[in-house]
Design a protein around this ligand. Structure first.
Ligand code: AMP
Ligand code: TRP
Length: 330
């Protein structure tokens, strides 16, 4: 069986270099070798309050970003989660398989619920069940994500196994695909915190839409460690190790090569080189985002096609799931 890759990003806020390295860049490489489904997970986005007009705009923006990052619609399916209703149907069924005690352990739920001033929605709690449905619906065996999604993926595996044991072999058990270096890109202002889309501090993150002068400023202002050498040691030198991770992914150099390039040099030289490497990687993407954004008929066509392909597989799978569980009529 050919490997099937599934992943998704929430259409909220602007995407940053962490999303790019852990998700989009991996996706663009995988599409040449595997059958890929890349989803814009708008149903996940509404687990915290969203402005409806902004959400719709963000969905199309996310599609433009996927394309600009090199995701090729002739090689994979790009579509919107809410347009394939089977995701929600399967999520309901899997919600009867996953346990409250399992959901209570999710660290993302604990973190996000602290930030909700209007009360915590039940949807935020069951978020990982919908994510399991996204993946299992397509029998995806490979799921490229950042490290923060590992716990959710582990739960998807548990749910798949439990369903299979109870109702017979139905779902493929998915595996995470995580970058060896760069699975967790940290904030430029605080290397103890992950770089986050929703961080209000602009200087904490490099956005895919940042212009070169902004990228230079953010990198020159990024915090470093006290000891002055460019050396990779995430424990003792988390800030510089994080910057080296960015350089590794944008220059193509190995960590060892980076260390020898900057041997005897200070952080100033390193940051200048890093800024230019990031600009060279991100500028073409920023320019393409603008051109895809203005070609809405092309975006619509790509999203229609992606939806139709996804729907066909999802409908077939749901028929089997209903049969296995004993829902409805034969
Ligand atoms: P989200 O921003 O939550 O929609 O995440 C989209 C993808 O980016 C997921 O695969 C996340 O695991 C990944 N991601 C988000 N933030 C980071 C980060 N700081 N470092 C690495 N990956 C990240
Ligand atoms: N929860 C993921 C995130 O916030 C997004 C997501 C939803 C996802 N469904 C998925 C990722 C399925 C991989 C596979 O990053």
């Amino acid at each position: 069986m050919k490997d099937l890759v599934f992943s998704g990003i929430q259409p909220t806020h602007e995407l940053h270099i962490g999303n790019y390295i852990a998700a989009l860049k991996q996706w663009a490489e995988l599409q040449h070798k595997k059958c890929c489904f890349f989803c814009i997970v708008d149903l996940h986005a509404i687990t915290v309050p969203q402005d409806p007009k902004k959400l719709r705009a963000n969905i199309l923006e996310a599609a433009a970003v996927y394309l600009a990052a090199g995701i090729d619609p002739t090689k994979c399916s790009i579509y919107i989660q809410s347009e394939v209703a089977e995701h929600t149907e399967l999520a309901w069924i899997l919600g009867t398989i996953g346990k409250v005690s399992e959901l209570e352990r999710m660290t993302q739920f604990k973190d996000k619920s602290k930030k909700q001033t209007q009360g915590v929605s039940a949807g935020l709690f069951t978020y990982p069940i919908l994510m399991a449905a996204d993946i299992l619906l397509y029998d995806a065996n490979q799921v490229p994500v950042g490290e923060d999604q590992m716990q959710h993926l582990e739960l998807a595996r548990v749910i798949a196994r439990r369903f299979n044991e109870r109702f017979g072999e139905t779902f493929t058990i998915p595996q995470p695909l995580i970058q060896k270096v760069g699975a967790r890109i940290m904030s430029l202002q605080d290397p103890e915190k992950k770089m986050s889309k929703s961080d209000p501090a602009e200087s904490s993150k490099i956005l895919l839409s940042d212009k070169p002068e902004i990228i230079r400023k953010k990198i020159m202002r990024a915090v470093t460690d006290t000891e002055g050498s460019v050396h990779f040691d995430p424990e003792k030198k988390p800030a510089v190790s994080n910057l080296m991770t960015l350089y590794h992914h944008t220059s193509g150099l190995s960590l060892k090569e980076i260390e020898s390039e900057f041997k005897g040099k200070g952080y100033g030289d390193f940051k200048k080189a890093l800024a230019e490497a990031v600009i060279a990687e991100l500028s073409p993407i920023r320019e393409k985002i603008e051109s895809y954004r203005s070609n809405s008929s092309e975006l619509e066509r790509i999203l229609d096609e992606g939806r139709d392909t996804a729907k066909e597989i999802a409908a077939r799978k749901m028929k089997l799931v209903r049969e296995r569980v004993g829902l409805g009529r034969a």
